[in-house]
Write a protein that binds this ligand. Structure first.
Ligand SMILES: [Zn+2]
Length: 263
């Protein structure tokens, strides 16, 4: 069930059918090497939510593309917003989702550059009392989801094999596979290696390693691998939604915490 496709009259029924669970797909518009569309993360987040909600009913919020991507400002077409604005926009959107009766909000993030932002956003949930819970989930794929392929691909790539395969499965018309570089462009440049070897980093780390926003190697990608990867991750996400539906303990603890914090 996609939020924007429902009539207002049908909305309350959809809230009931989803047991108050709303998936909030987080992505960003940024460069994905030479060969993928800038909305790669958007297509992937949308597709995972759709697959999961088909297994375990949940309402899907419209694509939330306004997230953290300051490190791609030098690339044409990037939409990089002020982090303070992103945090307050996301908070305001969550409050509106809750006001509409969906008190379990699940952040489904497809953009690697959001991990710091999401960590802070989760902690900000403790800044003031609220009658809803924000969850973030990166559910592990298990053997039952896809016995053939589990754990086969490396995480942390950007426009690498995983993302390329996924977009080949979702929107093959947007993949320019003939532009995939096989010259090591996706390898980390290591320009700040003297620091990173000593566990020391800065905000410029991604630009230092991946100035063309390509990490990994896209060449092994195929649409069939992408379909399997998305299907397996969709099942894993459905499993997490099921657990979230069954969870009453988080809100109870949250309320107990705020009651204790006010005395
Ligand atoms: Zn991406």
């Amino acid at each position: 069930m996609r939020w924007e496709e429902l009539t207002s009259d049908d909305f309350p029924q959809a809230v009931a059918a989803s047991q108050g669970v709303c998936l909030l797909p987080l992505s960003v518009v940024e460069r994905h090497a030479h060969h993928l569309p800038m909305a790669t993360d958007t297509y992937i987040a949308r597709d995972l939510c759709r697959r999961a909600a088909e297994i375990e009913p949940a309402l899907i919020f419209p694509d939330f593309i306004f997230t953290q991507i300051l490190e791609a400002q030098h690339c044409a077409g990037t939409i990089a917003l002020d982090p303070d604005l992103i945090l307050s926009l996301l908070d305001n959107v969550c409050r509106e989702i809750a006001r509409n009766g969906l008190r379990k909000i699940v952040l489904v993030n497809a953009h690697g550059g959001n991990h710091g932002l999401i960590g802070l956003f989760l902690q900000k949930q403790l800044a003031s009392p609220r009658d809803y819970v924000v969850y973030v989930t990166y559910p592990p794929v298990i053997a039952a989801d896809d016995p053939a392929e589990v754990g086969d691909w490396s995480a942390g790539d950007h426009a690498g094999a995983q993302e390329t395969a996924a977009v080949m499965a979702i929107r093959p018309d947007l993949v320019h596979f003939d532009r995939v570089r096989a010259d090591g462009e996706g390898d980390a440049r290591g320009r700040l290696k003297a620091l990173t070897d000593l566990g020391t980093t800065t905000g410029i780390w991604w630009y230092a390693d991946h100035p063309t926003h390509y990490a990994g190697d896209a060449s092994p990608a195929t649409a069939e691998k992408g379909e399997r990867w998305l299907a397996a991750r969709g099942k894993a996400l459905a499993r997490a939604i099921r657990a979230i539906k069954a969870d009453d303990e988080t809100l109870r603890l949250q309320q107990a915490f705020f009651a204790a914090a006010q005395h």
